[in-house]
Write a new protein. Structure first.
Lengths: 428, 428
């Protein structure tokens, strides 16, 4: 029986999850594929005591070259994350004709174009199923079963940290700060959570999804980005009254003029399949001209992402067996134009913190009118005269730039202390 | 540019949907794959006027041999359904080395073993993404990305007709008969709806899913089957009070002793991701040791299923291009043992139509006790003395055979006119 040899660089959560899944299912997979699979080298910066996994000493290493330069290794798992030095390791492995499996969203989003080229030049390939949605098999599905679909939009809950925080606020009436603390305590948020709560993580993922859905490339920098730090429990309660959830969504949509591309908290109707996805779970909704599909599953975690990586390894092995490396190459041939958010039309929910003094509502409402923004709903809770209160305005469908102009003038009103606008996602 | 020639046998809803999807997306797919794709022959029994699609006269035929025996045709789409004559056409096409794409669930469920063998012997392949869940890309996902997963259970809402009827009952308080009429009117149910409402259709699909998930084969006849014709609106209301939906589920689960395999209406907790799938939509839930995944989408319809077929055509073409036909062959190597339902343990919801006379509840409850069935909840609505009334009993977790024995004796009580039991699906 032919032996396929695998090398692993990076032995954190996902690296371990991958090796664990591979070892647990080794016999079954070998039987199905008719080849032997052997992990012959695992590289990590430092091999500390107290890992949860026992690794035979002879396959441990601290030197990536022992994987990259080993001619026996046909498949390299990169699980260190980030660009530097992952990019160097991955590009070197590809240049030596090895197949690379990586869950590295930042690497694929920022350096995908280059890496796909290196892979093609060396008649090999790079798989990244774990890069978006962790254990959800979305990448292969888009590159294969949905390649022929005329996709109109892809919307994802692709960040478990923010979905957990918003779920805690919504289901357990916590404040943002309380929910963030809970997330940290449970290991769902990093000690410095900026990358998640400010939406950066999701921008990598939507850049990858948009590239696959629309067969082109977008730069991560072109993704409009908003975080969830300003969301109040009151916002969630008001949204609920209107039959909306508040979710941090990553959205890519094909418009006449180009691609709409953004990550931000939005009001999402309860009738939308993504509205009922709670906690750290991820989900991706794809709408094409012929079908609406929703994929739900674990967005992170070593075991789930490890299984996605093993799925990639199986795919890689089948291609090696059949001499079909590069069978599914880069499917992103076009350059995509991203439409500036100012040009988008939406409904908005605008929260205005204002002094409860006579005439305040009239002043604010007039400014909306002056900017051509008409209002669909207004809610001012019972407040104390002379004190600050949050007033909510739901606009009709208007251009972003009109709302922005209204907000600019409203912010200058003396009675107004703060303005915050959230887009309503109605799928139009 | 190489030309791949396609022949289509059967030009009903799905045949048309496939050709339409292929023609609509032709340029994009050809660009991505670097080959030309041409439908050179479409066979149908009779070419009536008034079809919604214009087909050039020179590619119309009524003779399947014009596809099967045409050496130019590399890919055959079978879209006539049923076993006879589909089995002959498909096996002949495979025997001539052609790739076959079929959405024919009955054919795959009953003749899959044979067809996979013929395909392997002739170094070709058969794809059937459209056979389960219509437009939901579940088959490829199970054969590829999830092949390495240690799958514990697969649960599907795989019949749109029954899900529509139960949704109408639940959401619009219709009776079964009213909901069935509405389904017929809307084209969601056949004039003779037995195949759907008695659960036969779903048995084909769960047989296919079980085979893929557990890497073995099961006979369709081994699937325990119950339909939805006896479900009352009252049952749905009672279930709701207990926080359950009633859904016709197709379930395959790995137990110590073998595979649990059944199609029947069950009480499903509202917390389960399948409980919120309404209308004709389908969904499939897969739980492995490392991940829970839910796939939702259109379970039928020519356009959606046609897109799934086009996904298969793309896969087939890639394999042809790379000389990798048979790259993903039959993944079902084991023979699976199906556990008889009598041996399964569940909670049950038992509806008993009884006369409201003194002592009736005591008599019934005693019989449950005699059979070793303990009760978790009981509901007797306010009724009229001497009249018939439905009493609901929710049991604790018991073996099916104990409940059956209780029902057998209860049915013999003079005060009891009817007994109906529904299993509670708690994922254990």
């Amino acid at each position: 029986m032919r032996q396929i040899k695998v090398g692993v660089i990076g032995f954190g959560t996902v690296g371990m999850g991958t090796v664990k899944a591979l070892w647990n299912q080794k016999e079954e997979i070998e039987k199905e594929l008719g080849v032997g699979i052997k992990v012959i080298k695992i590289v990590d910066k430092e091999w500390m005591m107290g890992r949860h996994m026992v690794v035979p000493p002879d396959i441990k290493s601290t030197d990536p070259a022992e994987v990259i330069d080993n001619p026996e290794i046909e498949i390299v798992v990169e699980a260190i994350g980030g660009i530097d030095p992952a990019f160097d390791y991955v590009s070197q492995a590809l240049a030596r004709g090895k197949t690379v499996i990586t869950p590295n969203k930042e690497l694929i989003a920022k350096k995908g174009r280059e890496l796909f080229q290196i892979a093609a030049q060396n008649e090999t390939e790079i798989f990244f199923e774990g890069a978006v949605g962790g254990g959800i098999p979305i990448i292969h599905t888009l590159k294969e079963q949905l390649l022929g679909d005329d996709i109109v939009e892809v919307i994802g809950i692709v960040n478990g940290t923010t979905n957990y925080i918003l779920s805690e606020m919504s289901l357990r009436k916590k404040s943002f700060e309380e929910a963030l603390e809970e997330a940290k305590k449970r290991g769902f948020a990093e000690p410095v959570p900026t990358n998640d709560i400010e939406g950066y993580d999701a921008t990598y993922k939507i850049a990858i999804l948009a590239s696959l859905c629309f067969h082109g490339r977008v730069d991560v920098e072109e993704v409009y980005r908003g975080g969830i730090t300003r969301i109040l429990l009151d916002d969630i309660e008001y949204a609920r009254e209107l039959d909306y959830a508040i979710k941090l969504l990553a959205i890519a949509r094909r418009l006449e003029e180009g691609i709409e591309l953004r990550v931000e908290p939005v009001l999402l109707p309860f009738s939308h399949p993504l509205s009922s996805v709670y906690g750290v779970e991820n989900a991706i909704y794809v709408r094409s001209r012929t079908r609406d599909l929703t994929f739900r599953g674990p967005g992170a975690g070593g075991d789930a992402t490890g299984s996605a990586m093993v799925g990639d390894i199986i795919d890689a092995i089948r291609n090696i067996q059949f001499g079909a490396r590069g069978r599914v190459g880069c499917t992103c041939m076009r350059d995509l134009v991203v439409v500036p958010v100012e040009n988008l039309a939406s409904q908005f929910c605008v929260r205005i913190l204002a002094l409860d003094v006579p005439g305040v509502l009239g002043k604010i409402a007039s400014e909306f009118g002056h900017s051509g923004v008409s209002l669909s709903a207004v809610k001012q809770p019972i407040s104390t005269p002379g004190k600050l209160t949050n007033i909510y305005f739901l606009t009709h469908r208007v251009q972003e730039r009109n709302v922005q102009s209204a907000i600019d003038t409203i912010q200058k009103l003396e009675v107004v202390k703060d303005v915050y606008a959230i887009r309503v996602e109605d799928g139009q």
